[in-house]
Ligand binder design. Structure first.
Ligand SMILES: Cc1ncc(COP(=O)(O)O)c(C=O)c1O
Length: 378
């Protein structure tokens, strides 16, 4: 437990709520989930499942219909054939990551991750007694791992590489060709690549390919949380090589028993083609927000060396404005009424020089936030 850290942004959030209860208006740009509520068609399906008494456990790997629907979705969206037998439905991407690591690493194994990166990964690796090898990344590799970095840091105990494309906190993508090279190299070393595609569907430019076709040593993670707008329904999935499905099933039976049943019925509707236009419209709104916020924060003096291609985050260097980004976040909250996330939540790599803006609030709020920051800085 001593290595499991809390999110520092939770302190910011708690203080923001306190200020709000005192009547202050706070612009929330720290929240890592869509502000949109779940689409009505999906909600109706969840409600109907409850009304129909669909409240019992499903198989630990999820409803067969949902696994089939995810398989059909891969064919439709990516032209990839993914047999439903390779798909396991999980309690969010969080559940999928726990299962993927559980069947991959042993105590003492090394896991390579990008720093900055999604904070829970290093803590989940620690939960299994494995060692995290955080590799500093910056604009020279689009804030992603690449083959050179992985080759350079691969050690005798290395067992897995965790990638996220688009990444949290940077929103950058891994080039398809680079992903292929990474998977080939790791396979030669008898290692596994875990690719988190939770922000797929929220990609604004660049080639969209899924790693499901990248090799038989690849586990792909995805979720209904972000693009499908279902964070609180706690549902995700993974795609794994055949030989890992039985161990994953056994582990899932023991850790989770099953993913939430009404959520699975709702997710069947989320995947239907008829909802795609409404979901894509939300993606367009995120893109408009990014296109507004990126130049706006650059004009304020934040430096964003890479244009984020997806997700809903801007990872910005704040050194021109403050020496310590945590102190800047506190000041912005207290004095400008704007909540953002300090870089320290995402690793140790110059994290005091960075902050993360999440554009998970409406355009008017973003504009209010930018002018409040401008006023504070001047
Ligand atoms: C990169 C990444 N992976 C996984 C998760 C966990 O998502 P879920 O809600 O599906 O458990 C998040 C949540 O923010 C994330 O940013």
């Amino acid at each position: 437990m001593s290595s499991i850290e809390p999110f520092h942004v939770m302190d910011i959030l708690a203080r923001a709520r306190q200020l709000e209860s005192q009547g202050r208006h706070i612009v929330h740009m720290e929240v890592g989930e869509p502000d949109f509520v779940t689409l009505p068609g999906i909600v109706d399906a969840g409600r109907q499942a409850l009304a129909d008494g669909k409240v019992h456990y499903t198989p630990a790997t999820g409803l067969v219909e949902l696994r089939e629907a995810i398989s059909a979705w891969y064919l439709r969206e990516y032209d990839e054939v993914v047999p439903m037998e390779r798909i396991v439905v999980t309690p969010g991407a969080s559940g999928a990551l726990q299962l993927a690591l559980g069947v991959t690493v042993n105590p003492g194994d090394g896991v390579l991750i990008a720093d900055p990166g999604y904070p829970c990964n290093r803590h989940m690796v620690a939960m299994y007694g494995a060692e995290i090898h955080g590799i500093p990344v910056d604009e020279t590799s689009n804030f992603q791992l690449n083959l050179d970095l992985i080759r350079q840091h691969w050690q005798s105990n290395s067992r897995a590489v965790m990638l996220a494309s688009p990444s949290n906190p940077t929103g950058t993508l891994i080039e398809p060709a680079e992903l292929g090279r990474i998977c080939d190299f790791v396979k030669q070393q008898q290692g596994v690549v875990i690719v988190d595609e939770i922000y797929h569907g929220l990609i604004y430019q660049g080639d969209v390919i899924s790693a499901v076709g990248a090799g038989d040593n690849v586990i792909v993670i995805n979720s209904f949380s972000k693009y499908f707008g279902m964070t609180g329904w706690r549902l995700g999935w993974l795609v794994a090589p055949y030989e890992l499905i039985n161990p994953i099933d056994r582990l899932a039976q023991n850790i989770f028993l099953a993913p939430a049943t009404p959520s699975q019925y709702a997710a069947l509707v989320a995947l239907s083609e008829s909802l795609k236009p409404a979901l894509d419209e939300r993606r367009n709104q995120f893109q408009q927000r990014r296109d507004y916020l990126l130049p706006a924060i650059r004009e304020l003096g934040f430096e964003t060396p890479c244009k984020p291609q997806g997700a809903f985050y801007l990872y910005a260097r704040s050194t021109a404005l403050a020496g310590d980004s945590m102190a800047l976040c506190r000041d912005l909250l207290e004095q400008a009424g704007v909540a953002i996330t300090p870089g320290v939540d995402f690793g140790n790599n110059h994290s005091n020089d960075f902050v993360r803006f999440a554009y998970t609030t409406g355009m008017d709020e973003l504009k209010t936030g930018v002018s409040a920051i401008r006023q504070y800085l001047s």
